[in-house]
Unconditional design. Sequence first.
Length: 499
Amino acid sequence: MADTKREIERKYESDDSGLPDLTGVGGVADVLDKGLVELDATYYDTVDQRLAAAGLTLRRRTGGSDAGWHLKFPVAPGVRDEIRAPLSETVPDEIAALVRSRVRCAELVPVVRLRSGRDVRHLVDAEGMLLAEASVDAVTAERLVGKGGSTQWTEIEVELADDADPAVLDKVDKRLRKAGVRPSKSPSKLSRALEQTGGRRPGAGRLAKPVTAGDHVLAYLREHREAILAYDPGVRRDVPDSVHQMRVATRRMRSTFRTFGAVLDPAVTDPIAAELKWLAGELGVDRDQEVLAERLTTALDGLPPDLVLGPVRERLTTWSNAGHGSARDQLIAVLDSARYLALLDTLDAVLADPPLLKKAAGKPEKALAKAVRKDFAKVSRLITEALGLPPGGERDVAVHEARKKAKRTRYAGEAAVPALGGPARSLAKAMKSLTSLLGDHQDSVMARRTLHELSEAAHGEGENAFTYGLLYGREEQRAASVEAELPGLWKEITSGASV
């Protein structure tokens, strides 16, 4: 079974390959010699190095205290999450699943072998507690694909101990720099090995600055295609907020295809948008359940104990757990499906060879502004229609439709910010406020629907349904409050819109 460790470390280069005395630095009371460890790691990737291009490393390592399979995801400079699985001859299924969005149907093959002689030092405080591990690694790297090749180097690595103060690394860094030690130019040993045995490391190139309308639209699409791929492993690991973020990225791509139909040929992008809608819907099953459960639990917690009649909390917990479990199983099946992987391939293909129309070559100020204004006009029409309806189911539907179009306008504004600047940024911010307000209204609609279902189930079991009715009434009041606030917010937005 795989487990996760947050790895915080810094890598350095030194001409004399030595580690200066670190006693007294950052609370280090003693430096303990832990001896020499021989490490032998084989790194796996696709032949075209998709993992390396995304900054991911997958290795099978023997030697040391943590022999096994290690998959590392970048979190921030010098910070990575390491997923570990026991040693085996082939890539463990749980590890392979976490890179499926990158690898898809390609084969994972050995690409680099790294053998390191690691001279280890433990930096401890006055009580003997480990603050960090410093090591001098003599590395031999052998490329296993293409024309092969080998290289050698020595580096210093300092890794923060679990629960230690990160300030320790800053103080050690200062001491190392004074001793002539330089930060490594490569983020990982694998990256350095690939660069020194086969030229520029994968992913090192930089995209040109957007110029045309098409450039700006494609830049936004690429950003959120990458977000889908990046959040996929978190969804599989049930990382908090990962489902929501992946769903948002999916919606942003779909909205961009729909909004900028004058830039990208809808005949090509409409079928892709339909598949993105499907994916967002599948992601939404789990996300909607999560939001509802949190909302209802918070509302229940806010009631005085004497108003909670019957096993309301137990029934809500059972409903929440059952819904999450079944939704999650379905979602993992979706992420492993041929349909999802085909969608990812299609996104790659359309971004590599985009179906640009004539207006894509024009100045972004004109084409993007026109598309954003068109979306805003749709929001205006839907808000006016919703405000003209009496409270009830028909108005609920109209408000929800306005919310969806407001989200689309927000995403259009975001895509246009690099080209249009302040006006687009202000519009995106205004649409965010609007969708937040209307989102509270839609959450109330869904909460009332769920409370009604829970109430019927409780009544069928002979339980008191009073508390469900009380919560239902409070949700009605929240929706009414949103509807009362909407005209003023909309007036404020329309008076300031200037894209």
